[in-house]
Design a protein around this ligand. Structure first.
Ligand code: PEP
Ligand code: MN
Length: 344
């Protein structure tokens, strides 16, 4: 519900309105307008009564929030959200509102040397954050599931060396404290997009969350998953389109690029694209990176490996450091021509 205050609403009147909302377990999101102040009422199971609140002095109008995702949607938050995520040595990633966040690195951390070598290479090419899974969700339980805490340790070392902020995945509520301690951005993967206890726990900790679209999720389900995180207090969510399951057998997943402008209409949150999982094919990652930025994405998540042929996971979709460098040049040129020049 949106409570539009009269232009002459006094501080005491506003306080009485707020007290009523809080007494009904409502949370308030202030949305200052050009001429009038608006209070957005959110919160799980609040009992604010529309007629009661409309009767308070100082209230001009009460209107419903039409989008079900009240915090992720644009009703309460018209402007694009921008986030700056610091790493070390003065390096940081800024994503959203014209700034492109470029997250690159291997699917999984394999060794200290592999992650540090990749970190230097992607940084040199212009990446703004380093990715690498330490806890890996695998379809086949006999596959390599990541180096776990050792992997986190190597990621932290790569950040010490290069300064790049770290993006790494969390698989369970139980692992969240140790992942969030090292990660600068906690990734929730496609398989966990509807793991509501994990979303809730991620919303109760302070690190930004990179939320990937479920492989069979609608955009509304995706945004409601983001809402699960936000309603717990963590408003720093980055959305990632990573392809959906379709009948098409040529690619691992179908990269749904129309999701980018659609999401940008519906939400103020940054939207990035993962053409690696979104295609499963290293030979077409490059054109899909270009297309993603041209479609208005706020950044990319790309799997880069110093030697994709021997990658322990996802070698077929991983590109080399030199291919990544070429992509960065092309993507910067496209961003430039669209007036979205800042990559930092
Ligand atoms: C990943 O980013 O390595 C990953 C497992 O992604 P997704 O959850 O999109 O499959
Ligand atoms: Mn992968």
């Amino acid at each position: 519900m949106l409570v539009i205050l009269k232009t002459n609403c006094t501080t005491a009147q506003k306080k009485a309105i707020e007290d009523y909302i809080f007494s009904c377990n409502g949370q308030i999101v202030e949305a200052p307008g050009k001429t009038r102040n608006v209070l957005g009422i959110v919160g799980i199971d609040h009992t604010v009564d529309r007629e009661v609140i409309a009767s308070y002095p100082g209230v001009d109008q009460v209107v419903p929030i039409t989008q079900p995702y009240k915090l992720a949607g644009r009703d309460l938050h018209k402007e694009d959200t921008q986030m700056t995520i610091p790493g070390k040595k003065g390096a940081s990633m800024t994503v959203g509102k014209g700034s492109l966040g470029i997250i690159a690195g291997p699917c999984t951390v394999e060794s200290r040397q592999q992650i540090i070598e990749t970190a230097y290479a992607v940084k040199e090419a212009g990446a703004t954050a380093l990715r690498g899974g330490a806890f890996k969700p695998r379809t086949n339980p006999y596959s390599f599931r990541g180096l776990k805490s050792k992997g986190l340790e190597y990621l932290a070392e790569a950040r010490e060396e290069t300064g790049l902020p770290i993006v790494t995945e969390v698989l369970s509520v139980e692992d969240l404290p140790q992942v969030a301690e090292i990660a600068d951005v906690v990734q929730i993967g496609t398989r966990n997009m509807q793991n509501y206890p994990l979303l809730t726990a991620a919303g109760r900790q302070s690190k930004p969350v990179l939320l990937k679209r479920g492989l069979a999720a609608t955009l509304d389900e995706f945004l409601l998953a983001a809402e699960y995180i936000m309603v717990e207090g963590n408003r720093r969510v980055i959305l990632c389109e990573r392809g959906i399951r379709t009948f098409e057998g040529e690619v691992r997943f179908t990269l749904a690029l129309a999701a980018v402008p659609l999401l940008r209409e519906k939400t103020h949150l940054p939207v990035i694209v993962d053409p690696s999982h979104g295609t499963g094919k290293s030979s077409i990652v490059r054109p899909m990176c270009r297309a993603a930025i041209a479609a208005g994405a706020d950044g990319l998540l790309v799997e880069v490996h110093p030697n994709p042929e021997i990658a322990r996971i996802d070698g077929a979709q991983s590109i080399t450091c030199s291919e990544f460098s070429t992509i960065m040049k092309e993507v910067s040129a496209i961003a430039d021509c669209l007036g979205r020049t800042k990559i930092h």
